[in-house]
Design a protein. Structure first.
Length: 586
């Protein structure tokens, strides 16, 4: 039944003509069945909004309204209420002045909760109203994200894990399943014992930083041993962020725990090892690729996080402009030939290849890939893990594919003459071949193939398209602001002089909690697509220099990486600093 306070709130909404009397009666009937608050029911019915409900509550109770995202809450204030209480009652401490504590909550009419908080904190409580979604976001930001770990010691976090069941839901959500995957040793650092490796705090600590990395959207976890510390870093949006360091005394136990999960030899510490494992977070499988490498003070471990849920297969989501997308799709839809994706490590080449395969995936076609390793599983595509240790390298996989009646072949990377030769021959015999190269731009890929030993006439006959790419950091949408660039900035960007006007507008991020005060949130692609033409084929046969070949490609209609980056700057998607840094070769 609706309480007298809730009925009064409903009547106030009717009086202010926010809802109708019929809406109120329907909400009360629904509340009797669901046992939820009247406010929740009205919002779910769609007859009122969080804003209108907050305004009505504030008017009824004479309580002010605040937007939590506009506040930076001090760590000492956050520590006044145990996090289990914060999570249980969905409240956030906002300010502390003397013996008075200001608490944000969505329903300040709950006088019993306010009394309990007063007894718990030994402070007078001043309630303020905030959206429930705003409160949930603040709890996520301050009490579960990696920054929270940075504000207190890992030892305290360990103690909390041991002494309470606050994080039991997190621990239960992590179900480890080991994937079935068919010259220094520091005398002062003995191997961790079985008791240390299987000690609850060590297991929970490993679970904790894996969980936090997933929540933060990290792509990699770095565990780095030094003489007097053991460093933990996450790579988020392409940049490494240092987190609170785990205790040095847990170093060997943590590394051994990760090696056990990855089915690696914990006794072998003199040479690098590679492995993988899988975790399930809320039923969602996430794969980890693990690499260990011996250093002076122990083994360094890097874990690559492969979250299928974060894989973007839509070309527009990757940052493709319409005219670039048109060129790219036309090339990958050709029945035969070779399409190459180039760029440095970490530029998103694999994601682009997966997007291309998703675009051309057809039940009528036989698609085969050989990768080192397979990062994401795509339905309807035959994917093979390269195993050089048993003789299954890219070249061997390609040879096997040609006897499997293929239509489309994807090779993870062309690294040597043998792989390049087989890929070219496959492209010439009626197959579409997709692969990657490590070159700075699209035109220089031709020179790279020539240096490998591929004849120029084979390149002109097989090559259809080359795309070079970089990943730029995207400006945070929450704190983006516009400004007018000065002449020096425009000159550094090499923007044409006729485009430099007094009303020219660029964008930056101020830095906020959403973007970890970096001004950036997420990444987008910058692309340079070179499609082969008769003029470019003639230039390859004539043996023109790399610089002249690039100039000809631009004259033939290729948009350089710098021009593509400038467009993203003009659109407010990234900054001039990112554009200059990523396209320095132009």
């Amino acid at each position: 039944m609706a309480s007298a306070m809730e009925r009064k709130l409903g009547e106030l909404l009717v009086k202010d003509q926010v809802i109708s009397p019929e809406d109120l009666e329907a909400a009360i009937r629904e509340q009797e069945n669901s046992r939820r608050s009247l406010g929740h029911v009205l919002i779910e019915m769609g007859v009122t909004s969080e804003w209108e409900m907050a305004a009505a509550l504030g008017k009824q109770l004479n309580v002010p309204f605040i937007t939590l995202s506009h506040y930076e809450i001090d760590e000492q204030v956050l520590g006044t209420i145990p996090r289990e209480i914060v999570r249980k009652y969905r409240i956030v401490p906002v300010d502390k002045t003397g013996d008075t504590l200001t608490i944000a909550l969505s329903d300040p009419s709950n006088i019993y909760l306010l009394d309990e908080l007063k007894l718990l904190t030994k402070h007078d409580i001043i309630p303020v109203i905030s959206f429930e979604s705003d409160i949930n976001e603040a709890i996520q930001r301050y009490y579960t994200c990696p920054d929270t770990l940075g504000s207190s010691s890992i030892d305290e976090a360990l103690k909390e894990i041991q002494d309470s069941d606050v994080d039991s839901a997190v621990r239960e959500a992590l179900e480890f399943e080991v994937e079935d995957m068919d010259s220094f040793e520091n005398a002062e650092e003995p191997l961790a014992t079985d008791a240390e490796i299987n000690d609850a705090p060590v297991i929970q600590l490993v679970n904790m930083f894996i969980t936090e990395a997933i929540k933060a959207g990290a792509s990699d976890i770095h565990l780095e041993p030094y003489e007097k510390k053991f460093r933990l870093r996450y790579r988020i949006d392409g940049v490494l962020h240092e987190m609170t360091n785990p205790p040095k005394k847990f170093q060997n136990a943590i590394i051994s725990r990760v090696k056990i999960l990855s089915e690696l030899d914990i006794a072998e510490r003199r040479k690098p090892q590679d492995g993988r494992f899988r975790v399930k977070v809320q039923g969602r499988p996430i794969d980890f690729r693990v690499s260990t490498c011996p250093t002076v003070y122990g083994e360094k471990v890097v874990m690559r996080i492969l979250d299928q849920g974060n894989l973007m297969l839509n070309l527009e989501d990757l940052g493709f402009e319409p005219h670039i997308k048109q060129k790219f799709e036309k090339s990958i839809l050709t029945p035969y030939g070779m399409c190459l994706i180039t760029g440095p490590t970490g530029s998103g080449k694999s994601t682009t290849l997966y997007s291309a395969l998703s675009r051309i995936n057809d039940p009528a076609k036989n698609i085969n890939t050989i990768e080192d390793p397979v990062e994401y599983n795509l339905p309807g595509i035959n994917q093979v893990n390269a195993r050089p240790d048993v003789g299954l390298d890219f070249a061997a996989g390609l040879k096997a594919f040609l006897r499997q009646d293929p239509d489309i072949i994807m090779v993870g990377e062309i690294r040597d003459l043998e792989t390049a030769s087989i890929a070219v021959k496959a492209a010439l015999t009626g197959h579409l071949v997709l692969s990657t190269l490590h070159t700075n731009d699209a035109p220089s890929s031709v020179q790279r193939l020539l240096n490998m030993g591929i004849e120029n006439f084979l390149i002109t006959a097989s090559l259809v398209m080359v795309q070079a790419q970089r990943l730029a950091r995207r400006i945070c949408r929450n704190c983006r602001y516009e400004y007018h660039p000065d002449e020096t900035e425009v000159k550094m960007l090499t923007l044409p002089e006729e485009e430099y006007t007094s009303d020219l507008v660029f964008y930056k991020g101020r830095g906020c909690d959403t973007c970890r005060h970096s001004g950036y949130k997420g990444r987008l692609g910058i692309y340079e697509v070179m499609t082969m033409s008769d003029g470019l084929r003639d230039a390859i046969m004539d043996g023109v220099t790399a610089s002249n070949f690039k100039r000809m490609a631009i004259e033939e209609g290729m948009e350089s990486m710098r021009v593509a980056a400038i467009r993203k700057v003009r659109q407010g998607a990234t900054t001039t600093e990112q554009a200059i840094e990523l396209t320095i070769q132009d």
